[in-house]
Design a protein around this ligand. Structure first.
Ligand SMILES: Cc1ncc(C[n+]2csc(CCOP(=O)(O)OP(=O)(O)O)c2C)c(N)n1
Length: 327
């Protein structure tokens, strides 16, 4: 499905916006200005932007945790200042500053976040079933990493989705790593998408560094899900340029990969690749591209100002205790 000029322009803008959000989050976690931890998204933001830019507002989305879903969520039209406020422990956050990196924007189709890898694969079945029963042609974009497909629930989920022809897109952002373990160590097949064949789910593999390729794949599977043909699987082969996360004390800063390898990977930086393409196709002039960067920086600065000027979250003792479950 080839993209129109307007669609490519929107994707380019969203990718640049995601880039500056990610840079800001990384700066803040390394300077003590973000609650919890951060999984750097640098180099890996194109799949999220491609997956979410052409979703409808009433479609359901599970963002992947890499880059804390910033590319996914802003592309779906979510105002990330409420997410940044959450992540800085402020009362104005999307969960009133109680949830650190866990997002929730139910009115825009983003219902939950979990620290439990692969947990998403279970609720998406119920979400897909609800969408099917409502009959409004909504789809469920279920994004997660290669690591999540080691969970048994991923397989149960695909089985249900295939049997019931649910409108679920299994969107795998495969960076070949899960913390320090390689996908090669954890999966017998090089392509995670080969798992989908066992359930009769059609699968596509795309270059996860190329935001346009990701979006073309997304448009095709969104259309398939909307028209009642059932689930699809898209595997984006993507790169992780940095450590797994920053902020978890026993992991912080460590990566088993060399800096030389990261440098080699950076030759396939997605904003640079997209810039080459939009210039080659004369979609934007260099001056317009510079303007897009300035707008994105200003958007991020305004989000930071909002978060920083918001009051700190102050849950009462009763509220805190009400959230404790003890069997
Ligand atoms: C059930 C569970 N096991 C282990 C972890 C610890 N953990 C956090 S992120 C992660 C790796 C996830 O890898 P992947 O899904 O491939 O995404 P990536 O971080 O590589 O983008 C793991 C194992 C967890 N959060 N939940």
């Amino acid at each position: 499905m080839s993209l129109e000029a307007g669609q490519m322009k929107t994707l380019f803008r969203n990718l640049v916006r995601a880039f500056y959000y990610d840079q800001m989050m990384y700066r803040r976690i390394t300077t003590g200005q973000l609650v919890g931890f951060y999984h750097p998204g640098e180099g890996a933001l194109a799949p999220g932007v491609g997956a979410a830019t052409f979703l409808r507002e009433d479609d359901l989305l599970n963002p992947h945790h890499r880059g804390h879903g910033v590319g996914h969520m802003l592309s779906k039209g979510i105002d990330l200042k409420y997410y940044l406020a959450e992540h800085t422990g402020k009362e104005t956050g999307c969960c009133k500053g109680r949830a650190s990196f866990h997002w929730s924007f139910p009115s825009q189709g983003v219902h939950f976040a979990s620290g439990y890898i692969g947990m998403n694969h279970t609720p998406v079945v119920g979400m897909g079933w609800a969408c099917q029963r409502r009959g409004r042609q909504q789809v469920v974009m279920n994004c997660s990493g290669d690591g999540s497909y080691g969970q048994g629930r991923a397989h149960e989920s695909m089985l249900f989705a295939a049997n019931w022809k649910l409108p679920i897109i299994y969107w795998c952002e495969n960076n070949g790593m899960a913390i320090h373990s390689t996908a090669e160590e954890m999966h017998p097949m090089a392509d995670i998408s080969s798992l989908a064949a066992g359930y009769g789910i059609p699968a596509t593999i795309v270059d996860g560094q190329d935001v346009f390729a990701c979006a073309e794949a997304a448009l095709a599977v969104i259309e398939r899900a909307r028209s009642g043909k059932g689930p699809s699987f898209v595997e984006c082969k993507v790169l992780r340029f940095k450590e797994h996360d920053v902020g978890t004390p026993d992991l912080a800063g460590y990566t088993p990969r060399s800096e030389e390898l990261h440098e080699e990977m950076r030759k396939r930086e997605p904003v640079a690749l997209a810039t080459e393409r939009v210039l080659a196709e004369k979609l934007f002039t260099q001056a317009e591209i510079d303007g897009i960067h300035e707008e994105a920086k200003a958007e991020v600065a305004a989000a930071e100002q909002f978060a920083d000027e918001s009051p700190i979250a102050t849950p009462s003792e009763e509220e805190l205790l009400a959230a404790v479950y003890a069997p």
